[in-house]
Ligand binder design. Structure first.
Ligand SMILES: *Cc1c(COP(=O)(O)O)cnc(C)c1O
Length: 396
């Protein structure tokens, strides 16, 4: 028996549900790329990105995904043979480091358990040992979508400062921009990058990058610069230069609408609060499910759990795949399998982007139903705890 025929809920950690208003904004013919409304869209999107990143620096929009934005960040600031330090906390900073290796950059990984945030003390110790300042950049992810961790960017910045180290500080915000507070300039971050398909609610295909003054200075002597990613070329006066060719027009129509939804209709602070409440509701539900002793939070320290995705681990072979498959095939809710260290041993519930209490509670109820269906016994109801929590936080 299946109950999946109805509107499917996409609760994976990206891409996320695209709002109907964003899809509708894209449903139109192509327009002139040299003058008119598209030029104004570019200007307003680049300006809104400064607000989103919290920077007075430069912003860039690429027809690319997050991996492309990773390459843009590196190739614009680094030279062949430079060394950089990757702060491990899951899968994605490592992936960024692999992109750097492929460019000819020497990559060192500061290793860390899949269940913990980056340790600022270890960062400080490593940088203090780098007395000749061979490390040119430090890469870290704000929220890692594989492990579910949130890193403390202010503490990492403080560690870099305590070591008196001049390396560029580069942050991946793919799973945190629009979801949790991020203040690039206030945090002393030199380069930040994001993809538009998670918290920014746009169909996959746009990568965005912000560069502060120290990154722009490094750009002047970086020898990995290539034409497509090149900030200098994109700073050129003509509109086509902003995209190094034909702009991804329809993605821009959608992105423009999504930014209005986020910044002007809901408001960024409200979006942060919504994500915090939905994430905590999810954690309340998962806490009940862990009383089965067959499931556990991946991230050990509750304070280190990010608000975009909740990652649940299980040691039993085959169990997480059964949960993910049943949740979709029988109940019509898409959650994700574990990746990286949790491949085959975990599942991930995405709660970012265009998701409301109704969506989330439906998803949590479907996961709980799945747990009953596969025979996992626990005390009480996670859904009841989530509902009680959300009700108490939104009392009228
Ligand atoms: C999704 C994700 C990426 C990769 O983005 P793509 O668009 O798939 O290339 C990078 N970093 C984080 C933290 C992500 O969640």
């Amino acid at each position: 028996m299946t109950l999946r025929f109805g509107r499917e809920l996409l609760m994976i950690p990206g891409p996320t549900t695209v709002p109907d208003v964003v899809l509708q904004a894209m449903h139109r013919p192509a327009v002139d790329i040299y003058e008119g409304e598209l030029v104004a869209y570019t200007d307003s999107c680049l300006a809104d990105l400064k607000t989103l990143f919290g920077t007075a620096g430069n912003t860039y929009i690429y027809a690319a995904n997050g991996h492309g934005a990773w390459e843009a960040a590196l190739s614009n600031t680094m030279s062949r043979g430079d060394r950089l330090l990757v702060l491990e906390s899951g899968r994605f900073a490592l992936g960024w480091g692999e992109t750097a290796s492929s460019l000819g950059i020497a990559v060192e990984v500061l290793e860390r358990s899949f269940r913990k945030a980056v340790d600022p003390g270890a960062v400080e110790a490593r940088l203090r040992a780098d007395t000749d300042h061979a490390i040119k950049a430090i890469l870290v992810v704000q929220i890692d979508t594989a492990s579910g961790v949130r890193n403390d960017l202010a503490a990492i910045r403080a560690a870099i400062d305590a070591a008196g180290h001049p390396a560029l500080f580069m942050v991946d915000t793919v799973a945190s921009l629009g979801i949790e507070p991020f203040e690039m300039d206030a945090l002393g971050i030199d380069v930040a990058m994001c993809g538009a398909q998670k918290g920014l609610m746009t169909p996959p295909g746009l990568g965005v990058v912000a560069a502060g003054p120290r990154a722009i200075e490094a750009h002047k002597s970086a020898d990995l610069v290539t034409r497509y990613w090149d900030w200098t070329f994109r700073d050129g006066a003509e509109h086509y230069m902003k995209y190094c060719g034909t702009p991804p027009e329809h993605l821009l129509f959608g992105f423009r609408r999504a930014l209005d939804l986020l910044l002007r209709e809901e408001g960024l602070a409200n979006a942060h609060r919504r994500h915090a409440l939905l994430a905590e509701a999810t954690r309340r539900a998962v806490a009940v499910w862990t009383t089965s002793n067959r499931l556990d939070f991946n991230i050990e320290n509750p304070a280190e759990r990010g608000n975009s995705v909740t990652v649940v681990r299980t040691e039993e072979p085959g169990l997480s795949a059964r949960i993910v498959t049943t949740c979709h095939d029988t109940y019509g809710v898409r959650i994700s399998n574990g990746i990286g260290d949790l491949q085959g041993h975990g599942f991930r519930i995405g709660h970012m982007g265009h998701v409301n209490a109704g969506n989330l509670l439906g998803a949590l109820a479907s996961v709980e139903t799945t747990l009953h269906a596969v025979g996992i016994a626990f005390e009480g109801s996670g859904v009841a705890e989530a509902a009680r929590y959300l009700g108490s936080e939104t009392r009228v």
